[in-house]
Design a protein around this ligand. Structure first.
Ligand SMILES: Cc1ncc(COP(=O)(O)O)c(C=O)c1O
Length: 386
């Protein structure tokens, strides 16, 4: 199906950088280096510089970036990892891959990120890591987590999959925790033309560990000091990411501009995103809340406007995690938000006309259905018990 306003369109990114990308592919393919070569080395250095961190290590996906970071912290079987259920399930898959168990905490009702006031009560003697997820492009309030982590000797691993370039108190997300895990899934704020990921760290020991873990646990060829996997960012994707890296700041600025336009046009009829005071939101996703979300989504679809829900089922209520014993009601804010959220189209190449069309159609729907207009001075989610 073609849309007047698609949810995303990565082909437009290819078209805007076509010449550079085509030249890059033509340089790398005849080079004979496809894995762990100079393109990856260059990208890892430049990505670390972009972040203002000491090291980054490319890997095969965001999921494996989280997995590798957890392994580098020594997380394994029967350990516990404190995390939110309001995330892409791969955050949780990565925890499961280590043999550890996720322990879920609720989210803040206005910013949708981890409610850091809930973390201390979730810690047990088995807790080996805390994974704050910078969902939608907005950073979790990290300082209280670092404080808690320091007191209890528990590492903090930032899931930055949706927040490349976001900031917290002037520093770039992913550089402040013990490790930061990035995804280069094509639609991300910095996306490959295939799968990819990276782990960021300022620890030399952590860096050396990651280099082994992503490459079968080898310290040198055929010498395996630890049990690792194959999780490498290939030369072609690294080179393609390197071409795009200089544009990330500009693309994030455009995402913020689109967000401002949406918010100005919609704030009196739906709940628009709340930006926290301590950071820069980079709007991987622009998420509104409304009390007839499914009706609005269908109305927009009928008018060729594509929207998505991030995410319709929180991790603690997924069939795969039923064995953990969480039931409906265990995470009330997460569960209520899940019923009401809708992600509007968001990508840097969206035109202002497309944004305005989305605004007009949302408003038209709410004119026909005035009972669903929310009074933004009374955001329903923030009236939930904390
Ligand atoms: C918050 C979050 N964490 C982890 C991941 C996993 O990243 P990937 O798809 O690159 O494995 C994603 C992306 O889907 C994500 O949005």
């Amino acid at each position: 199906m073609s849309f007047k306003v698609p949810f995303g369109d990565v082909k437009l990114r290819y078209e805007s950088l076509r010449k550079q990308l085509d030249e890059t592919v033509q340089r790398v393919l005849p080079s004979g280096y496809y894995i762990l070569g100079p393109e990856l080395e260059r990208f890892e250095k430049r990505f670390a510089d972009f972040l203002g961190a000491d090291y980054t290590v490319g890997c095969a996906s965001g999921t494996e970036a989280i997995y590798l970071a957890l392994k580098a912290c020594g997380v394994g079987r029967d350990d516990e990892v404190v995390v939110v259920a309001h995330t892409a399930v791969p955050t949780i898959s990565a925890i499961s891959m280590t043999g550890a168990e996720p322990v879920f905490v609720d989210i803040d009702p206005s910013t949708y990120v981890m409610d850091v006031t809930k973390v201390a009560a979730a810690l047990t003697p088995a807790t080996r890591a805390i994974v704050p997820v910078h969902i939608y492009g907005q950073v979790v309030d990290l300082d209280p987590l670092f404080e808690l982590g320091k007191q209890r000797g528990i590492p903090v691993i930032e899931d930055v999959a949706q927040a490349t370039g976001a900031t917290y108190k002037g520093r770039i997300a992913g550089t402040m925790g013990d490790f930061g895990a990035f995804s280069f899934y094509p639609s991300k704020n910095l996306g490959a033309f295939g799968d990819g990921g990276a782990v960021c760290t300022n620890s030399e020991e952590g860096y050396r560990n990651l280099l082994m873990l992503r490459n079968y646990g080898q310290s040198k060829r055929y010498y395996h000091d630890t049990i690792g996997i194959n999780s490498r960012l290939d030369e072609l994707q690294a080179a393609i990411l390197d071409v795009q890296l200089p544009y990330v700041a500009e693309w994030n600025a455009r995402r913020r501009e689109i967000a401002r336009r949406f918010t100005a046009g919609l704030k009196d009829v739906v709940i628009t995103p709340t930006e926290s005071s301590f950071g820069t939101h980079v709007y991987h996703l622009y998420v509104i809340q409304t009390d007839n979300r499914d009706g609005l989504q269908q109305y927009l679809l009928d008018r060729e406007i594509q929207t998505l829900i991030h995410y319709p089922v929180p991790a603690h209520l997924q069939k795969a995690y039923a064995y953990r014993g969480y039931s409906r009601g265990s995470l009330p804010v997460t569960e209520q938000v899940t019923e009401r959220i809708l992600s509007l189209p968001m990508f840097p190449e969206l035109t202002n006309d497309q944004v305005d069309l989305v605004i007009d159609e949302v408003r038209r729907y709410l004119t026909v259905n005035p009972q669903h207009v929310l009074n933004p001075t009374l955001p329903i989610a923030s009236t939930l018990a904390k």
